[in-house]
Design a protein. Structure first.
Length: 383
C-alpha cells in the first residue's frame, strides 16, 4: 500500500520523465497484489488482465521518453524544463504523441482500451476500488496534460478534435453499457468510463475554461467514484451480494446507507450545487467557446454530451431503485444487516463535504492550477 501511495505521489511531483515512468510502473505492483490476494472469485483473471493492459501500455511511455531525451542533443536529458523548450519536427511530434497516448488511453481509460477496468472493479475489494477510482485513473489525464499538451503542442492541436469526438462517444457508449450491467460495482465502473469522456472533451477543447473543467472533473470524480465504491462495499458487507436482481427493499433496514448512497448518486449525475455539475458545465462552455472548431462540430458534440447527461440519471436512478426500493427478490444473508456505523458515516462525510464545497464555491480549488493552465495554453498558442 505504501508503495502505491509513493508511486502516485511521486508521479504527480516528478520533474524528470524517467522518474515519471518509474513511478508510473511502481504502482502496478501493489495494485496487482491487492487485487490478486483480496479480490473476488475471478481475481487472478482480473489481476492478470490489469497487468497486461497497463504494463503493455507503459512500454510506449518508455519509448517516447527515450526518443525525447535523445533527440537533438549531445547530452541526453529527461528534465521537464529542458524538454518543454525543445522543438521537434511535426512528424516526430505526432509519433511521440501517439506513443504516449496509448499508455494514457489504458490508464484513463479511453475506449477501446477500457475493458480491464470493469473486470478489475468487479473483482477488487472496495478499498482497492476506491484507490483505483480516486487516484489511479487520474494518472492518465494528468499525463495527457503534463506531457502531451505541454511538450507536444503541435501534435495536440492536430489531435484535439479527435479527443473531443472520442470523449463524446465514450460518454454515451459507457452510459448505455452501464445500464446493462447487473453487478453493482461494474455499473459504477462503467459510469467512471463515461465520466472520463468529459475529461477528454475538456482537454481537447484547448480553452482555459474547458481545461479547468477537465481537471475539476478528475478531482470531482475521484471523490464521488471513491464514495460510491465505498458504499457499494458497505452494502455488500450487509447483503452479501452485488447483483442488482438479488437486492431490493434495503432502504428500510439501512436508511443511513440509503441516504448516503442517494446523495453521492445525485452528485454523480451532476446535480447543481455539487462539484460534478461545475466540472461538466465548464467542459460544456469550453467546447462552445472554442474558436477553432466549426459551428456544426460544436453543435453535434454538445448534443451528444446532452444525451450522455440524460442517460446518466437513468442508470444511476435505476441502480438506486433496484438496490433500495421494491421487494426483496431473493434470499440474501441478513444476519449482519445493520445500518452504517460511525466509521462509514465519518468517511462519507469527509468525501461529501468537498463535493458540496467545490459545487458551491469552485474557486476553492480552481486557483490552485489556474496559472499552470494559462502557461500550457499560451505555449500551445505560441508554438
Amino acid at each position: 500500500m505504501l508503495a502505491m501511495y509513493s508511486g502516485q505521489i511521486g508521479l504527480f511531483a516528478s520533474q524528470d520523465l524517467l522518474l515519471f515512468f518509474f513511478m508510473w510502473e511502481l504502482e502496478l505492483i501493489p495494485v496487482y497484489l491487492l487485487l490478486s490476494m483480496w479480490g473476488g472469485k475471478r481475481r487472478l483473471y482480473a489481476a492478470t488482465k490489469f497487468i497486461l493492459y497497463t504494463a503493455g501500455g507503459s512500454i510506449f511511455i518508455l519509448i517516447g521518453a527515450l526518443t525525447m531525451g535523445l533527440y537533438g542533443s549531445n547530452e541526453p536529458t529527461l528534465d521537464f524544463q529542458i524538454l518543454a523548450n525543445k522543438s521537434y519536427p511535426t512528424e516526430l511530434e505526432i509519433i511521440l504523441y501517439l506513443s504516449f497516448s496509448v499508455a494514457y488511453a489504458v490508464k484513463l481509460p479511453i475506449i477501446p482500451f477500457h475493458t480491464w477496468l470493469p473486470d478489475t472493479h468487479g473483482e477488487a475489494h472496495y478499498s482497492t476500488c476506491m484507490l483505483l477510482a480516486g487516484i489511479l485513473l487520474k494518472m492518465g489525464g494528468y499525463g495527457i496534460i503534463r506531457i502531451n499538451m505541454e511538450f507536444l503542442p503541435h501534435a495536440h492541436s492536430i489531435f484535439a478534435p479527435w479527443l473531443v469526438v472520442i470523449g463524446a462517444i465514450q460518454i454515451v457508449y459507457a452510459a448505455f453499457t452501464s445500464f446493462s450491467q447487473r453487478n453493482l460495482k461494474r455499473r459504477i465502473a462503467y459510469s467512471s468510463v463515461s465520466h472520463m469522456g468529459f475529461v477528454l472533451i475538456g482537454i481537447g477543447s484547448i480553452t482555459d475554461i474547458g481545461l479547468n473543467g477537465a481537471i475539476l472533473q478528475m478531482i470531482s470524480h475521484g471523490l464521488i467514484g471513491a464514495a460510491l465504491f465505498f458504499l457499494a462495499g458497505t452494502s455488500y458487507d450487509r447483503t452479501r451480494t452485488l447483483f442488482l436482481h438479488k437486492m431490493g427493499a434495503t432502504a428500510i433496514s439501512m436508511p443511513k446507507i440509503f441516504t448516503m448512497f442517494s446523495s453521492f448518486s445525485m452528485a454523480s449525475l451532476a446535480l447543481p450545487g455539487t462539484s460534478g455539475f461545475v466540472a461538466e458545465f465548464l467542459v460544456f462552455l469550453g467546447i462552445v467557446l472554442n474558436q477553432k472548431n466549426s459551428f456544426t462540430f460544436k453543435v453535434i458534440i454538445t448534443i451528444i454530451e446532452a444525451i450522455g447527461i440524460i442517460l446518466t440519471p437513468i442508470y444511476l436512478l435505476s441502480m438506486l431503485r433496484q438496490t433500495f426500493y421494491g421487494y426483496k427478490l431473493s434470499e440474501v444473508v441478513t444476519s449482519s444487516r445493520t445500518d452504517a456505523g460511525p466509521r462509514e458515516i465519518f468517511i462519507s462525510i469527509c468525501l461529501f463535504l468537498p463535493i458540496i464545497g467545490i459545487g458551491i464555491y469552485p474557486n476553492l480549488v480552481l486557483f490552485l492550477w489556474n496559472d499552470e493552465v494559462d502557461a500550457i495554453l499560451s505555449q500551445i498558442a505560441f508554438k
